[in-house]
Design a binder for this molecule. Structure first.
Ligand SMILES: Nc1ncnc2c1ncn2[C@@H]1O[C@H](COP(=O)(O)OP(=O)(O)OP(=O)(O)O)[C@@H](O)[C@H]1O
Length: 233
């Protein structure tokens, strides 16, 4: 279980997160929703160690990992698929996968990635930066998958992609979950996110405005107030 306790964080003199408490129980999918600028990306960056919290604690399976580096957190099983994907554009698909896999497991890693996204199998020697946006996103997700993560932090992974690709991505998220992974999902497709989520958090100006199960959100004013009807498709 990943626990964020009273997280305070920001950039320079600006505080963005103002004491956020959030739980990602083992094997569950948690959707984090909120308007633009609410602090969702910032929270994922704290959870992956990219942005140090100035207050609060990050706890993984009972161990305080607040001061751990991003690399240490990856080793402990926290993987981050950032906005903008984070693949190495000048390397091939295969090289991207090998770089991310555990030593000695390279062959198995490629098999696993191709099993999840057959399309990547047809493109192993293609330079990642020349692939379509959807294919690059598949690669970004596959890179995470080959690390056998415990918790995956996903930042708008379906943004700007065709509906068919979005379907494939959501199938992949279901696969991750079925393998026992926990997911913390920031997603613009609110309805889809709520369909897969066990728990939902609404973030508003760096504070948790709602935490509960998706079914509890029905009829909640807080939803339209903080998420906005414009992204509720
Ligand atoms: N590197 C940065 N330096 C300074 N301020 C930043 C930086 N990154 C984000 N911010 C500010 O922090 C606030 C929260 O941003 P964040 O990206 O976490 O929001 P978000 O909820 O993910 O929004 P969006 O849905 O638009 O991605 C915003 O006001 C943003 O301008």
């Amino acid at each position: 279980m990943l626990e964020l306790k009273g997280i305070v964080a920001g950039y320079g003199g600006t505080t963005v997160l103002r004491g956020v408490d959030l739980l990602v129980p083992e094997g569950s999918v948690v959707a984090m929703l909120g308007a633009n600028g609410a602090g969702k990306t910032t929270l994922l960056r704290v959870a992956s160690g990219l942005l140090p919290a100035t207050g609060g604690q990050l706890v993984l399976d009972g161990t305080d990992v607040t001061r751990s580096s991003p690399h240490q957190l990856v080793t402990r099983g926290i993987c981050h698929v950032p906005e903008g994907r984070g693949v190495f554009p000048s390397l091939t698909v295969q090289e991207n996968l090998i770089l991310q896999s555990l030593r000695g497991e390279e062959k198995r890693a490629i098999e696993r990635a191709v099993e999840a996204f057959p399309r990547l199998g047809e493109r192993l020697s293609q330079v990642a930066g020349t692939m379509s946006g959807g294919e690059q996103q598949m690669l970004a997700l596959a890179r995470t998958y080959v690390q056998h993560p415990k918790v995956v932090l996903l930042d708008e992974v379906s943004m700007g992609l065709a509906p068919k690709i979005v379907d494939e991505i959501f199938d992949f998220l279901a696969r991750l979950r079925n393998e026992g992974c926990s997911l913390l999902l920031v997603e613009q497709y609110v309805t889809r996110a709520l369909e897969v989520a066990d728990y939902v958090y609404l973030l508003n100006r760096g504070e948790v405005a709602f935490a509960g199960e998706p079914s509890e959100l029905a009829g909640e004013d807080v939803f339209t107030q903080y998420v906005g009807a414009d992204i509720g498709h």
